[in-house]
Design a protein around this ligand. Structure first.
Ligand code: ADP
Ligand code: NA
Length: 319
């Protein structure tokens, strides 16, 4: 099975990205054909600073490699190193109804949050469809925020196949319930766009500050706390097994629990969980040429596969 997913280099990668997508992707590399890439064309919808985009692209690659993505067992590259994807996006645009894009929640949400919409943001799902279809992907591990975009990809592929003849594989999203939407510090979806993240890798002081600012309710210490829908509970649960979760639930329901203590434990849990990867990440950060070489080799492999699908699509539309 061919599994593909990408991540935007639009800010520091966070634990929502990690549990929602990265750790699952890394787990798939042993058994499947894994396609993993840094989607810098997509980040252009919100990043307008070239040095920053370059830096964040490199750092996202360091994060993935440090966390265990193995370039020998997967295809790992930067989106713009296979520019064929943009040509495919144009071919797909002409079988994509305006209504389909106008219904996309992600676009509507971002506008509601005050982002100035540009055409790139509106057409984002078409480029994402090209990302997925260019490589004949079967499965796309994503968070719930991306479910609709994968469905749009299917609709576009069906529309293309109906118009021009069988060309593309129809992909499916893969979204486990427990990690569908990881909440951010404020309880909204954790996202690089909302400044509500807990980064995977940042210095201890900054991490502590982030964790201490997780929003909690005003239940007095001497009263029981409701774990359901509690942001702090949901975040800590990511780092616990089933027994640990049950114990935490019991502690919430017992009068006397202090949110400040739980925050301190969560801070330590995050540090401990990612500690083994920190050193490896530093190695990659100190050797950017090694990382660039890995990405370049990945792009060559991706391009060889992508250009076959693009050629077929070009032939089928008549260019
Ligand atoms: P962001 O919203 O932080 O910019 P991306 O758009 O780069 O994240 O998403 C990268 C991957 O991480 C996608 O598969 C997305 O579904 C997943 N993801 C992002 N935020 C979350 C979250 N809060 N919970 C679960 N998955 C998430
Ligand atoms: Na593999």
């Amino acid at each position: 099975m061919r599994i593909l997913s990408g991540i935007q280099p639009s800010g520091n990668l966070h634990i929502g990205n990690y549990f929602g997508m990265m750790s699952r992707m890394i787990g798939y590399q042993e058994e499947h054909e894994l396609f993993c890439f840094i989607v810098n064309y997509h980040a252009l919808t919100s990043v307008f600073d070239a040095p920053r985009l370059r830096q964040q692209t490199l750092e996202a690659a360091c994060d993935f490699l440090a966390l265990g993505l193995d370039p020998e067992k997967s295809i790992f590259w930067v989106q713009s190193d296979v520019p064929e994807v943009v040509e495919l996006a144009w071919l797909l645009s002409n079988v994509t109804g305006m209504g389909l894009l106008e219904r996309c929640h992600s676009y509507k949400d971002k506008i509601a949050k005050g982002l100035t919409p540009n055409h790139g943001l509106f057409a984002y799902p078409v480029l994402m469809a090209a990302d997925i279809l260019l490589y004949g992907s079967h499965k796309v591990p994503v968070g719930k925020d991306q479910k609709q975009h994968v469905e749009v990809t299917r609709d576009i592929a069906i529309s293309f196949n109906n118009t021009y003849g069988e060309t593309f594989v129809l992909p499916e999203p893969e979204i486990p319930q427990e990690v569908a939407t990881i909440p951010g510090l404020d309880g909204q979806k954790m996202s690089k766009s909302y400044d509500n993240t807990i980064p995977i890798f940042c210095d201890e002081k900054a991490l502590r500050k982030r964790v201490m600012s997780v929003k909690t309710d005003a239940t007095p210490v001497e009263e029981p706390k409701n774990p359901d829908g509690n942001i702090l509970f949901d975040l800590y649960a990511l780092f616990l097994d089933a027994d640990g979760r049950q114990q935490l639930r019991d502690r919430f329901l017992t009068p006397g629990l202090r949110y400040g203590d739980v925050k301190q434990e969560l801070f330590e849990a995050i540090l401990n969980y990612f500690r083994p990867y920190r050193e490896k990440r530093e190695e990659y950060v100190k050797n950017p040429d090694v990382v660039r070489a890995i990405l370049k080799r990945g792009a060559e492999k991706a391009r060889a596969i992508g250009s076959e699908y693009l050629d077929k699509a070009r032939r089928n539309v008549g260019v």
